[in-house]
Ligand binder design. Structure first.
Ligand code: ADP
Ligand code: ADP
Ligand code: ZN
Length: 214
């Protein structure tokens, strides 16, 4: 099964993708994580993306489409993938349709995680992750079982994203409403959109997604 998780920054896409990946034979494809890796590695793509990501804008369609086009061909994607953070513009959505067709693959569902705007800043400013395995946490909403120790891998090192600050969040929300929100209409019209209540507890959101996927 191949799906898209749609929602504003901080909605819980990454959190849910991590859980779906654990419960089903599917792999999480986060363009944000891939771009952050490119920035860290100092690659050509990373150099182009760095400043844009810091400001909260969107990296060019060509770059992210190219990344996804290649990534979907990897063997671990053959049983299914969860797109987290892609597509984010109508041209990206159209390109995705094309490249899936070309590869003989299809999209099974687009799941919208609905969250009140007022909750997003808190979710983003409290977000951090394990520096070793990438598991996501939150200062108050999702703490490791043992303080300072990652549940998944036992690491004691954690990181916060450079763009997870109140100033950048405003621009990211603006990018979302300007460029990404139209995708809700696009997928609704194609009969592929399902919505879940992203304000619910993390486990309840997972349950609703499971139900939506059938
Ligand atoms: P996204 O990938 O959509 O940007 P994340 O999955 O990183 O969002 O979630 C943002 C922050 O909110 C994380 O710190 C996460 O632990 C927390 N979070 C995710 N889902 C929920 C939820 N349903 N209720 C409360 N906090 C949540
Ligand atoms: P979020 O928590 O906002 O969902 P992501 O990790 O998905 O964050 O993305 C972080 C940043 O990476 C975005 O603000 C944007 O600059 C860039 N980015 C990620 N995916 C895309 C995409 N599909 N198109 C353009 N830019 C992207
Ligand atoms: Zn870890």
């Amino acid at each position: 099964m191949n799906i898209i998780l749609l929602g504003p920054p901080g909605a819980g896409k990454g959190t849910q993708a991590e859980l779906i990946e654990k419960n089903r034979k599917m792999v999480q494809l986060s363009t944000g994580a891939m771009l952050r890796a490119a920035v860290k590695a100092g690659s050509e793509i990373g150099k182009k993306a760095d400043a844009i990501m810091k400001s909260g804008g969107l990296v060019s369609d060509d770059i992210v489409i190219g990344i996804i086009d290649e990534r979907i061909d990897e063997p671990d994607c053959k049983d299914g993938f969860i797109l987290d953070g892609f597509p984010r513009t109508l041209p990206q959505a159209a390109a995705l349709d094309e490249l899936l067709k070309k590869k003989g693959k299809s999209l099974d569902a687009v799941v919208e995680i609905k969250v009140d705007d007022g909750a997003l800043v808190d979710r983003i400013s409290g977000r951090y992750s394990c520096a070793k395995c990438g598991a996501g946490y939150h200062d108050t909403n999702l703490k490791p079982k043992q303080a300072g120790v990652c549940d998944k891998c036992g690491s004691t090192e954690f990181t916060r994203r450079a763009d997870d600050n109140a100033e950048t969040v405003k621009n990211r929300l603006m990018s979302y409403y300007r460029e990404t929100a139209p995708l809700l209409g696009y997928y609704y019209a194609k009969g592929q959109l399902k919505s879940v209540d992203g304000m619910a507890h993390i486990d309840e959101v997972t349950r609703q997604i499971d139900q939506a996927l059938g």
